[in-house]
Design a protein around this ligand. Structure first.
Ligand SMILES: [Zn+2]
Length: 133
């Protein structure tokens, strides 16, 4: 604990979410978009038993992923808005750049960049080729 940390006592309401590149605070510029699991694997990754996961998916239940969402943030250093997959575990926030599949999982959300890869995806599926991403 040699270095003095920025305690930011006055701003304790601010969530401790940092730019993964610059480690500086980033400001939210959007609402939270909740994520839903649509495969058993996604649920299993999050600790749901395989049997139960299969039942949930088979019954087309939209299972929201607790403590996970997509949110847009502005970084002063990046000078741009980026969309992150945020995971909250006991007040610790983990952010990672949101991959395309998460956009498909998020309810009612279209990728902000017009999403050219979705049409690509559909085309590949239509021609029956395996998709490797
Ligand atoms: Zn940044």
């Amino acid at each position: 604990m040699g270095k003095r940390c920025n305690r930011n006592r006055n701003r304790s309401k601010r969530r401790a979410i940092y730019c993964p590149i610059h480690n500086c605070y980033i400001n939210s510029v959007s609402q939270k978009f909740p994520l839903f699991a649509d495969t058993a694997g996604q649920l299993q990754q999050r600790g749901v038993g395989r049997k139960y996961a299969l039942i949930l998916v088979a019954s087309k239940t939209a299972v929201s992923l607790t403590g996970e969402w997509l949110e847009g943030f502005w970084c002063e250093e990046c000078q741009e808005t980026k969309w992150y997959h945020v995971r909250k575990r006991e007040n610790i926030y983990q952010v990672s750049v949101a991959p395309l599949e998460l956009w498909q999982q998020a309810a009612g959300l279209a990728h902000p960049n017009g999403n050219p890869s979705v049409s690509e995806f559909t085309r590949k599926q239509a021609s029956g080729k395996a998709l490797v991403s």
